[in-house]
Design a binder for this molecule. Sequence first.
Ligand SMILES: *Cc1c(COP(=O)(O)O)cnc(C)c1O
Length: 396
Amino acid sequence: MYRFEPNLRIPGPTHLPPSVREAGGRQMINHRGPEFAALLARIDRRMRVFFGTQQEVLLITAAGTGGLEAAIVNALSPADRVLAVPTGAFGDRFAKIASVYGADVTRLETEWGRAADPAALRAHLAADADYRAVLLTHNETSTGVTNPIAALAAVVRELAPEALILVDGVSALGAVPFAMDAWGLDVVVTGSQKAWMAAPGMSMIALSERAWLAADEARMPRFYFDLRDARKTAANGQTPWTPAVAVMYQVDAGLELMEAETPAGVFARHAACAAATRAGLEALGFRLLAEPAFASNTVTAAWIPEDLDWKAFNGEVKARQLVLAGGQGKLKGKIFRVGHLGAVNLDDILGAIGVLEEVARMFSRPTEPGAAVAAAQRAVLAAVEARPAAAEGVPA
Ligand SMILES: *Cc1c(COP(=O)(O)O)cnc(C)c1O
């Protein structure tokens, strides 16, 4: 099968739409001038809709991990007690950043593939609620699980009302409904190369009023990531340091597409692509990792069957221009992942399922030609019918 470009089905970086690619090639401007100020203001205004916040969304030039580091160092002081609620490799990373900067981190563990359980969090906080902050992962990219942030945050607000809630929203913000203010979240972070359809390089971050007060008291060392500087300079339409201007052009162009599609349209497209991916993989006999009720709309993880030579199988997949992601951390070599976020369309997913079906037949796995693609298409119809009404505080 010949494609002009590979079908990049990894959970970021994601494909760039033509207008985004062209935006990245535009001429530089003075980052201390009025054109830049307008760009920064436009991105902030459009980002707020997807964050579900009235707070300003700040842009920092960094990978998503830099955004997580900024969240930690601006909210906390060394020796602060922090409750981490990891559900996979990215939750581990968030906890590790806090430890590296000297926080006293307690971990509430969840089996990988399952979502963090509000009842377990309730039980933990009922016994010990003396935390300065709770670290949550919105969408755990390593397992393909979306955690119930609203329910988890409600438990924290009830039992540890003073605790700050820090959320890694890197891999699903912009793709699924989110309501930072309505859910009472204090710091939310995302990254340009995930749902935002742009190249890597920018991290977006918003802080609640409480978090800004905390930022004034926080004593962890910070310089490049001092968000007080970012806020001060943003008021003058600038960033403290020279930003990745080309990536900002791209984020701006991506947001323009998302605004035209409407948030509800963007969310429905992700839900449909996710449903098609899950149904197609299951029809091919792959077992999914995520507990079904919390399966992610941006990435799907599946177990590699024990009797399958994955290296050879994936070699044939790659030869057909389909690029999948492997497992991370303790799931390395055990799972593969299909990304379906950003500029993803149903034909990308049906094409991917078609390739997997073809390769599965080569490997003498029980398949019937067209059956997996048909299952994927049926799942889309069901997803469209089951489309939920917009929830309170969530953009429509
Ligand atoms: C991708 C990702 C990150 C890290 O982003 P980088 O840009 O690679 O640093 C953090 N958290 C989650 C959930 C992610 O998916």
